[in-house]
Design a protein around this ligand. Structure first.
Ligand code: NAP
Length: 504
């Protein structure tokens, strides 16, 4: 074993990431173990081994003794069957003798009490429900805690994110009573609860190993967890923030916010809240006590209705930032100010003629903020009715989409989602540029878009979408923390990520 087995209770002061591995043979299991990050614990699912190997004491002992990471050894009755109870007990005892870091025994196993009494600091007592919102949650939590194991692990499925709220609450209660615990939910609806519990002081969170083979639904990938979430720096009790959106898999927000919190050593965490509609995700964020939320597509309008918006967000009709104020959410929009800040670095805005492409939430935020800053805004959108409606509300002019290429402006802001596909010709208009214009892109993936290509080819000033992304995120950071974000570090990290994507 790479790590000395301690007689102390397992969790110590910090939780551990546990890479869950289920393979049919010891050779395949050992290959997967060595791919897992050195600081992590691995879960070895003995129930997934071929029955002939599981029956072979020597093979199991050799596997556990050869495991180069601290191992949580599990042998679930659902796979082995209740009739295998004596064998399961033997295997868990054998695992402890061979140096396992811990064993996981089910609360209802007939030998659970015996195992805990004999090996208390190295036994996890677990219970798994098959129904969401189990009625006997409190009773089971109390029974498990009464055994006083190293860790109580409670797992239930979640159909929607809010189903996880009582399970997370059970974990909080166990820990406040001095019992280390990991309590979370399975499935897409439970995905976020795995992180929320861990950030609140959960003793273990189970993740899928490198290569991405999950052993239970809703597990996050270990590489992504370390790279974007940096959970080694999270501290229970420190404020936590979240991201609401769908999809959020490619968002850079978790990477940059968790980078900021890792750099300042504050122990704060930023967690994606996924797997349901906006209302469900917000309920879970509420229950988990998150202090602030980024809101991204397609939830920005719904977020407005769920909060007390500030004057600017109310005028735009969209919220991209929520901050918790007691029992209520305050709503803000940092997209509009970000456009003004970024464009204003290259152009004096008062009196400048700015063509805004699009009529969605981002276009609206840009147009309103630019008008507030004194610019003369003209809008153009594929669906003319939406452009007319936006322009009417703002008292600005509209350029028809099929004639937009001929329009002249000091700056062009692309607030459509055109450009997100890196094709040479995806329907984006070809402008007649003089070379004096500033061309601001909101799309940041891919880095190179039709607008930026045209701007570079014509000698105009191109502004990549990443600039706006960083500035709107900086606005969120200030709203939540009152602090300045580490913008140079953010820019470098985000740029590296986008460059790597471009090369891959
Ligand atoms: P939205 O409300 O869904 O609006 C999408 C806009 O794109 C609409 O005007 C739509 O026109 C237009 N559009 C979509 N497909 C088109 C096509 N094939 N041809 C022409 N126009 C098309 O989205 P949003 O929230 O405003 O966001 C717009 C873009 O800005 C997205 O790419 C988003 O990622 C980006 N954004 C970036 C940042 C940042 O920080 N960099 C911040 C906010 C937004 P119709 O009305 O005709 O459908």
């Amino acid at each position: 074993m790479a790590e000395t087995i301690s007689a102390e209770p397992l969790p110590g002061s910090a939780g551990r990431i546990c890479v869950s591995l289920a393979e049919p043979t010891p050779a395949r299991l050992l290959a997967r173990i060595t791919e897992s990050p050195p600081g992590d614990v691995v879960e070895l699912r003995l129930d997934a081994l071929e029955p002939s190997i599981r029956e072979d004491d020597g093979a199991v002992a050799a596997l556990i003794a050869a495991c180069p990471r601290p191992a949580v050894v599990t042998c679930r009755s659902a796979e082995v069957g209740e009739e295998g109870s004596a064998r399961r007990e033997f295997l868990l005892e054998l695992a402890l003798r061979c140096g396992a870091w811990a064993v996981d025994v089910e609360l209802d196993a007939p030998f659970a009490q015996r195992l805990v009494t004999a090996h208390r600091p190295r036994v996890i007592v677990s219970h798994h429900w098959t129904d969401a919102r189990p009625r006997d949650l409190e009773d089971v939590a109390a029974r498990a805690a009464a055994l006083r194991p190293a860790i109580v692990k409670l797992v239930a499925p979640a159909a929607v994110p809010a189903d996880a709220a009582p399970v997370l609450e059970a974990g909080r209660r166990l820990r406040s009573g001095g019992q280390p615990a990991a309590t979370f939910c399975l499935g897409e609806g439970g995905r976020s609860s795995r992180l929320l519990d861990f950030a609140a002081g959960g003793a273990l969170t189970y993740v899928a190993g490198s290569g991405g083979v999950a052993t239970a639904p809703g597990q996050w990938m270990v590489d992504w967890v370390h790279r974007d979430l940096r959970p080694d720096g999270w501290r229970a009790g420190a404020p936590r923030y979240g991201l609401l959106g769908d999809p959020i898999t490619h968002s850079l927000s978790p990477a940059i916010f968790n980078l900021a919190f890792a750099l300042d050593g504050s122990g704060r965490a930023y967690i994606p809240v996924t797997g349901g509609d906006f209302a469900q995700a917000l309920k879970l964020a509420d229950a988990a006590g998150l202090a602030g939320l980024s809101v991204t597509m397609p939830f920005k309008q719904e977020a407005l209705a769920a909060c007390f918006p500030d004057e600017f967000a109310a005028r735009i009709g969209a919220v991209n930032t929520l901050s918790c104020d007691g029992d209520a959410w305050r709503g803000h929009n940092t997209d509009g100010p970000a456009v003004v800040e970024v464009l204003g670095r290259h152009l004096s805005l008062p009196g400048a003629r700015v063509l805004v492409l699009g009529a969605g939430g981002a276009a609206r935020a840009a147009a309103i903020a630019l008008i507030d800053a004194g610019a003369r805004v003209v809008v153009s959108n594929r669906t003319s009715g939406r452009a007319d409606e936006l322009a009417r509300g703002l008292g600005t002019d509209v350029v028809p989409w099929d004639r937009v290429m001929g329009s002249t402006a000091d700056a062009i802001v692309n607030a459509t989602s055109l450009g997100m596909e890196a094709t040479a010709d995806n329907g984006f208009p070809t402008f007649r540029l003089s070379g004096a214009e500033v061309a601001m892109e909101m799309v940041y993936r891919p880095v190179d878009t039709p607008l930026l290509r045209q701007a570079r080819a014509s000698g105009c000033t191109p502004i990549e979408g990443l600039e706006m992304f960083l500035v709107q995120a900086a606005g969120q950071f200030r709203i939540w923390t009152g602090e300045e974000p580490p913008l140079p570090a953010w820019r470098m990290a985000a740029q590296q990520r986008l460059d790597a994507e471009r090369e891959s």
